[in-house]
Design a protein around this ligand. Structure first.
Ligand SMILES: Nc1ncnc2c1ncn2[C@@H]1O[C@H](COP(=O)(O)OP(=O)(O)OP(=O)(O)O)[C@@H](O)[C@H]1O
Ligand SMILES: [Mg+2]
Length: 288
């Protein structure tokens, strides 16, 4: 895309209304409250990080934003059906069942515009190639998706989401299980998509990823704190969100000092990456 086209697109999207959640409660079944009393806002042209312990409601909030879950109380405005939303789901290290090549997986991103039986336009091919290039998966086109490594699959899924050209890009733990260069690619893409005027929301256990976002929402089945990374990622807030686990370090732990305004003495725990898939059971790890 030319700079001028990107600028025009950013202006067009920026004029769109933000997502606003007012006093939203989300339940699974009649009993299990995953999120309660959530009030927050997601502006176009900004990135937000959802941070919290396992089970704190990060995935549930993303599901609400793409309409896969409905609030049992409160409201989301506009309704997610009024925006185009792309979600990169949380990976669990499972083998993918899809008997498809990577090219086919990427082509699926354009079905929304073209319909299942219509031919692809040249522009569809350009958009797919551009997304594949940005995620460095162009050379995987002929490979079976199910035979890729977890990190390769994750990059293909992000490329698929980009090619969707949605107003809203949601990514559930997008850098978990990725090698360092791939993590950097995803972080760059979060920034680029935000600059293009999209709403970008990621869930993460990586504090360095959260710090790069415009807004951090710290969850513990409710909002513990929200705002700029410096204001939210304080030792006090993190202890409130993560509980006693944050108060007890071990010799693997180290301390992250003074990169945030207003909490130069803060201690931030970074969850180490334990390979592909989920961070369940991951031991909190902090760093200097
Ligand atoms: N399909 C479901 N049925 C019942 N309860 C669910 C379901 N999905 C999630 N929950 C519960 O809702 C709460 C929030 O879960 P959620 O998946 O949103 O957490 P999370 O912050 O994404 O956790 P993680 O870091 O492990 O991915 C948890 O208590 C979880 O057990
Ligand atoms: Mg989750």
């Amino acid at each position: 895309m030319s700079e001028e086209a990107a600028f025009n697109e950013a202006i067009a999207i920026q004029n769109k209304s933000p997502f606003v959640l007012v006093d939203v409660t989300a339940k699974y079944g009649n009993e299990h409250v995953a999120l309660a009393g959530v009030t927050c806002q997601f502006e176009h042209g900004t990135s937000s990080a959802l941070v919290g312990a396992n089970g704190s409601g990060k995935t549930t909030l993303l599901r609400l934003l793409c309409g896969l879950a409905q609030p049992s109380e409160g409201r989301i405005s506009p309704d997610p059906s009024e925006k185009t939303v792309a979600l990169v789901a949380q990976q669990h290290g499972q083998r993918a069942w899809m008997p498809l090549t990577v090219s086919n997986v990427l082509r699926m991103s354009r079905f929304r515009d073209r319909g299942l039986v219509k031919r692809f336009r040249p522009i569809d091919r350009i958009i797919i190639d551009d997304a594949a290039e940005r995620l460095e998966v162009s050379d995987l086109g002929n490979r079976q998706f199910g035979e890729l490594s977890g990190g390769q699959r994750q990059r293909v899924m992000v490329a698929q989401a980009l090619a969707h050209e949605a107003d809203v890009l949601l990514m559930d733990e997008p850098i978990t299980g990725l090698d360092m260069p791939s993590q950097e690619t995803i972080l760059r893409i979060i920034d680029e998509e935000r600059r293009r005027g999209r709403i970008v929301v990621v869930s993460t256990h990586h504090m360095d990823e959260a710090e790069l976002c415009d807004q951090v929402i710290l969850l513990s089945n409710r909002i513990v704190a929200s705002g700029s990374p410096g204001a939210v990622l304080t030792n006090k807030n993190l202890q409130e969100a993560f509980g006693l686990r944050m108060a007890h370090g071990d010799e693997d732990d180290c301390v992250f000092h003074g990169e945030h305004d207003g909490h130069a003495d803060g201690v931030i725990h970074v969850f180490s990456d334990h390979g592909h898939g989920h961070d369940h059971g991951a031991k909190p790890k902090t760093r200097h």
